[in-house]
Write a protein that binds this ligand. Structure first.
Ligand SMILES: [Zn+2]
Length: 575
């Protein structure tokens, strides 16, 4: 089972992996933009792809052939239309099975934090139907781990169990008395530790809460629950780190997982949060060994600071066609399911609606730091008060600046009001929705977290479109699976997995709108205007899918599979 949210962890804390990887990068990797080069226009295509093509272009949705030269589409239409582009050197590629679709765009996922926790045991509700199962699994893990060594786990999600129980220090001490324990919440906004872990991280009972985090307490004693990055980061420095080889292999695996869902471009949404600025160089280095399975656009973690990014040569749009630095990431609140999202009204059964991670002045300062460098801003805002907070930040910091085409974003924008969307349209700010919130947690929001009335306002994609915005849909992987067609299915149907019911049918969007949000509009938000549709002049980035989502029943999109992807017309992934 999955849930939001994981940006909060880490950042620029001392981290052994950081140092190890810095050493590993013996060969400096240039992240400068290469000079454009001229390519002669040839009359004959290098490649001709024949098959059922879904172009994604309204008004010309289908084609039978596509000519490609220099990685770019030079002709698209019927096979007969393209005959004149075929010469003796043209490679003919026939895609007999499946439908050729534009490569899908994942505008917000996490490569690095996913890499860090990848080997950790799964404590999700999907794998552990009851809370007792979770406790039993931790006990079993401790039993087979030598004394003194760490027991770790990921994806624990109390919101999906009755009573929303925490893995407290007392419970963890009981089941793992001889091992330090660190468990990460599925949202990555909370951690759970025992007494041995507190000792190793040097966190005493009388510790004061750090900036950007807090320690849960009972009767003045730490209860083992860590909230937000400030409290979690000290433990990430002492838990086991992957070797360089394992880290590299895991990153390739994560990017391949994206390609398996028909994705050809992703935005990494918290770059620098695990090992610092070296993450960008490492992506370039990996791509240098062997082309990555997807194009990666990076969003620089703002807590690293503007100067370290500049010193590392990571500036707006630096990079190349495969790895490019594009955005500046800011996180204003926590996870709604974890009740750390920032709401105007209290959570059900509580007297608080959460709080922002920073003051308005601090938000304006970090936004200004990004804008001054020329970055596109990606501002995480989950609760309705956080969306308002982010908008006020945009209004204050964009005022007086020359209009730009940076396409600033609000990430998740999970609970908004219609009036928010009108203001976003005025500001040129667009939302990217974690659409699987509806699928996985819609029922939980109705029944446990917010009540049915507020739950209806979850992921208001139709309202955003009505306001003239170009929303995108994302997975926030590994919070939910990378599966853009499932996100689009949920935007179209708003069916909740728990009870099969529809959450606020007024916010359902059309098939075309949903698919644009994982192709053209997601590409637009990622500053990837050369992708998202199959038409002349665009990159030949495509996926071969088992069915055509533009014509298939949207309830079936979840089961559409991908057998191949291509980037610049070259194979990037094959099943
Ligand atoms: Zn995220």
């Amino acid at each position: 089972m999955y849930r939001t949210h994981q940006h909060e962890i880490a950042c620029c804390s001392p981290n052994p992996l950081h140092a190890a990887m810095a050493l590993h990068l013996a060969v400096p990797v240039s992240v400068a933009t290469p000079a454009n080069y001229w390519r002669p226009v040839t009359a004959k295509a290098e490649k001709l792809v024949l098959g059922r093509i879904a172009t994604g272009v309204p008004g010309a949705p289908e084609a039978g052939g596509m000519a490609i030269s220099g990685g770019v589409i030079t002709g698209i239409g019927s096979a007969a239309d393209l005959e004149g582009l075929v010469g003796p050197g043209t490679e003919i590629i026939t895609a007999a099975d499946g439908v050729i679709s534009p490569g899908l765009i994942e505008p917000h996922m996490h490569v690095w934090t996913t890499m860090l926790v990848e080997p950790w045991p799964d404590l999700s509700a999907l794998a552990n139907p009851t809370f007792d199962d979770v406790v039993a699994k931790v006990k079993a893990l401790a039993a087979k781990t030598p004394d003194g060594q760490w027991v770790t786990g990921k994806q624990f999600d109390p919101s999906l169990y009755d009573g929303e129980p925490d893995l407290t220090r007392a419970i963890l001490d009981q089941v793992a008395p001889d091992n330090p324990v660190f468990i990460l919440n599925a949202s990555m906004h909370f951690g759970y530790v025992n007494s041995k872990a507190f000792e190793l991280a040097n966190v005493p009972d009388d510790v004061t809460d750090p900036p950007g985090g807090s320690y849960g307490r009972v009767d003045g004693k730490l209860n083992g629950v860590l909230s937000e990055s400030g409290a979690i980061v000290p433990f990430l420095g002492v838990v086991p780190q992957p070797s360089q080889q394992d880290a590299a292999a895991t990153i390739i695996k994560i990017l391949t997982d994206a390609a398996m869902s028909g994705v050809t471009s992703v935005r990494e949404a918290a770059t620098g949060a695990v090992i610092g600025t070296g993450e960008v160089a490492l992506l370039h280095q990996l791509n240098g060994f062997k082309r990555l399975p997807v194009r990666v656009s990076t969003a620089q973690w703002s807590l690293v600071g503007a100067d370290p990014w500049k010193e590392a040569g990571v500036t707006p749009f630096a990079g190349d066609g495969m790895v490019r630095a594009d955005a500046w990431k800011i996180v204003t609140d926590g996870s709604n399911q974890g009740r750390s999202g920032y709401f105007e009204q209290p959570y059900l059964g509580e007297d608080t609606g959460g709080h922002a991670n920073m003051s308005p002045a601090e938000l304006r300062a970090v936004m200004t730091a990004g804008l001054d460098e020329g970055w596109q801003l990606m501002v995480h805002a989950n609760g309705d008060a956080a969306v308002e907070f982010a908008l006020e930040g945009y209004e204050a910091t964009l005022a007086g600046r020359a209009p730009d085409d940076l396409r600033h974003r609000i990430e998740h924008c999970s609970f908004a009001f219609e009036s928010n969307f009108a203001r976003m349209a005025q500001l040129g700010v667009s939302p990217s929705f974690l659409m699987n919130h509806v699928y996985y947690w819609g029922e939980v929001f109705q029944q446990k977290i917010l009540g049915p009335e507020r739950a209806d306002r979850l992921d208001m994609v139709a309202s955003a479109l009505k306001a003239g915005l170009r929303p995108s849909l994302h997975s926030d992987y590994n919070v939910t699976p990378i599966h853009p067609l499932l996100s689009a299915q949920t935007a179209t149907t708003r069916v909740m997995r728990g009870n099969g019911e529809v959450l606020n049918a007024d916010e359902c969007v059309t098939v075309e709108q949903a698919l644009m949000a994982i192709t053209t509009d997601a590409a637009w938000q990622n500053h990837a205007d050369d992708r998202g549709t199959l038409e002349v002049g665009k990159k030949a980035d495509y996926a071969i899918l088992s069915d055509n989502p533009w014509t298939a029943d949207p309830h079936s999109w979840e089961s559409i599979t991908c057998s191949e992807t291509r980037i610049d017309g070259e194979i990037a992934y094959q099943a």
